[in-house]
Each structure stands twice: as structure tokens, then as C-alpha cells.
Write a protein that binds this ligand. Structure first.
Ligand code: ZN
Length: 329
């Protein structure tokens, strides 16, 4: 289980889905399979956990959030509630395997003490085909009180048999104004908020982590340094060396954002929010040297790098390949 706390206020853009889900939950009208579809970092985990905690809470009624104080809330927050199981990859970026999925279905088939027994699957699109198939029977013939909440940014990667047995709830991505307004509740400094929001590529929950977790902030600063060497074109070994200190899954989407920022600067004459995190003359120099045609090619190439980001490739060769692409005209 991650560190999202659930006794906080529901962010404004999640209020509509929250109201609908909690009311249906109170009336016993939620389906066995609930598929929350939304971009990474918009709050799917916060919403699903808030929902389950509120339904298990011994005090909350109506559309109220969980109290955070009763025994049920305490064991939920402590990750030891007996009616809740998290189904996640053993390591970030890896698949969820069939053995873990079987544990989850076994867990749901045990008769619990209450009315609700819940498995939170995160991210559901990390399940491999066998793991997903292991859930089918539970979705078709659910034991009493069983509920599966699947969180997915790319539900198309789930088997159609799973998708068709779940009710899909669309989780909206907030606009910049709503997101930064919310983020100001966690930092006083508007510039820091703008930076974290840009660094998160418009994902408010990820931006909050950058604001509040020094490790995430350090990772962003390392990524920004690596991106600066790409802008400066300082030679393959400098560029690849700096990029190797970053995590590919964090760096590569930011490379893509940098390429978009350079393209926008050429078109509109102004850097976008991500582009503003770099010295203007550095970004502009890079954009003009590279040219819009080559920038478009690099953007397309970045999609391939992104698909490869979680694979076990030799990191040095991969980063050298990226550096070489940036130097090629
Ligand atoms: Zn409670």
C-alpha cells in the first residue's frame, strides 16, 4: 500500500465521482467490479481508498468521508484491515502475476465478518493475462460482499472479458487552475507549485509528492540536470552519464515534455509551463538548432523510448542511444 492518506479532503475534481460512488456504496448498489479509469497521478488511489475506508468506517454515514479515528479507520490506514487486500506488482513497473491474483480471489472467498471484503488492484493494467483471467470467476460469481476495485490508466491493456464485467468510472484530469489551486494547500510558494506541477507533467498527485517528498524533488532536479545536458548538446558521454543518474521511467516522459516545449516555443514564441523550467536562451537555442522537423522525429522516437522504459535494457547503451539521437540533425 502506498502512502496516500484518505482522511484528507477529496480534491475538487474528484468530488463528483466521490459523491456518486459513496452514495451507491451506502445503498449497497456498487457492482462487484469497479474499474477506475484515469491518467496516472490524478487521484485514482486516493479515491478508491477513501471510498473503501468510508464504507468500512464505524462512524461515517451518508456522503461523509471516513472519520479517521475509529478502529476500522486505524487498521485501514495502518494497512492491516482484515477485509482489505492490495494487489500490486512486487516492484513498480513489473507485472502482477497469477499467484498474487489467486491469493486475492482466495481472500475474497473467505467469509469475512462484515458486509464488505475488498481487493484494490493497482495498477490493474499491470496484470498479465493469466492473472486477469484468474479474477474472472470472482467477477462472474462473486462471493457475498466481495468487491474488486481496478485502477487503470490504460484499461485497453486489460482483457475485454475483464472490462466487460466491470463498471467503468471515468476519473477526470483537472485543468491547471484547479490543480494548482489545490496544490497551494500543500505549499505556500506559488512558484514552487508551478514548478512541481510542470515537473509532474500535469498530474496533481504526483506534483504533490514532488512538493512534499524531498526524494521526489531530488529526482526531478536530477532529471532537469540531465535534460539540460541534452539541451546543451555537450557530447555523448556527458549527456548519457547524466541521464544514467535518472530513472528511465521518470526521465523519458520528461524528455518527451521537453521536446514538446521546444516545438511550442518555435510555433508560438513562448515556452510552455515545462519549458519555463529551463533557461529561455538554452531552450530556444536547442529548438532553433534542431528545427521543427527533427523535433517531430525525436518526439516520435521518444514514444518508442517510453514503451521500452520498463524493460531490462542495458541502461548505458540506452542512454547513449538517446544522446546520439539528440546530436543527430
Ligand atoms: Zn472511522
Amino acid at each position: 500500500m502506498d502512502t496516500v492518506t484518505t482522511t484528507e479532503a477529496i480534491p475538487p475534481w474528484l468530488r463528483a465521482p466521490w459523491e456518486s460512488l459513496i452514495r451507491r456504496g451506502r445503498d449497497g448498489r456498487l457492482p462487484t467490479g469497479l474499474l477506475l479509469h484515469g491518467a496516472t497521478g490524478v487521484g485514482k488511489a486516493l479515491l478508491s481508498r477513501a471510498l473503501v475506508q468510508a464504507l468500512l468506517c464505524q462512524r461515517a454515514t451518508g456522503a461523509e468521508a471516513a472519520c479517521g479515528e475509529c478502529n476500522a479507520c486505524r487498521s485501514f490506514v495502518g494497512g492491516v484491515h482484515p477485509e482489505v487486500l492490495g494487489l500490486e506488482p512486487e516492484e513498480a513497473g513489473k507485472e502482477i502475476l497469477i499467484a498474487a491474483a489467486r491469493e486475492a480471489t482466495d481472500f475474497l472467498s473467505l467469509s469475512g465478518s462484515g458486509n464488505l471484503r475488498c481487493v484494490l488492484i493497482r495498477p490493474a493494467d499491470a496484470m498479465n493475462t493469466n492473472a486477469a483471467n484468474a479474477l474472472l470467476k470472482t467477477l462472474e460469481e462473486p462471493p457475498p460482499g466481495a468487491m474488486l476495485i481496478l485502477e487503470a490508466a490504460q484499461p485497453a491493456r486489460l482483457p475485454a472479458t475483464i472490462r466487460s464485467r466491470c463498471q467503468i468510472v471515468e476519473i477526470p484530469t483537472p485543468g491547471a487552475t484547479d490543480a494548482t489551486q489545490w496544490l497551494l494547500g500543500f505549499a505556500d510558494d506559488a512558484r514552487a507549485v508551478d514548478e512541481a506541477y510542470a515537473a509532474s507533467l500535469g498530474r496533481p498527485l504526483a506534483a504533490r509528492e514532488i512538493l512534499t517528498d524531498p526524494e521526489r524533488m531530488a529526482r526531478w532536479e536530477q532529471d532537469r540536470e540531465a535534460l539540460s545536458t541534452l539541451l546543451g548538446g555537450q557530447g555523448i558521454s556527458v549527456m548519457a552519464g547524466s541521464m544514467q543518474r535518472s530513472l528511465p521511467e521518470s526521465l523519458i516522459p520528461r524528455i518527451q515534455a521537453l521536446l514538446i516545449a521546444a516545438q511550442r516555443l518555435l510555433v508560438s514564441g513562448e515556452p510552455d509551463a515545462f519549458g519555463r523550467q529551463f533557461p529561455r536562451d538554452q531552450l530556444e537555442g536547442f529548438a532553433r538548432r534542431t528545427g521543427s522537423r527533427r523535433l517531430a522525429q525525436l518526439s516520435a522516437q521518444a514514444l518508442v523510448w517510453q514503451r521500452q522504459a520498463t524493460r531490462q535494457l542495458n541502461p548505458q547503451l540506452r542512454m547513449e542511444d538517446i544522446a546520439r539521437s539528440f546530436l543527430r540533425r
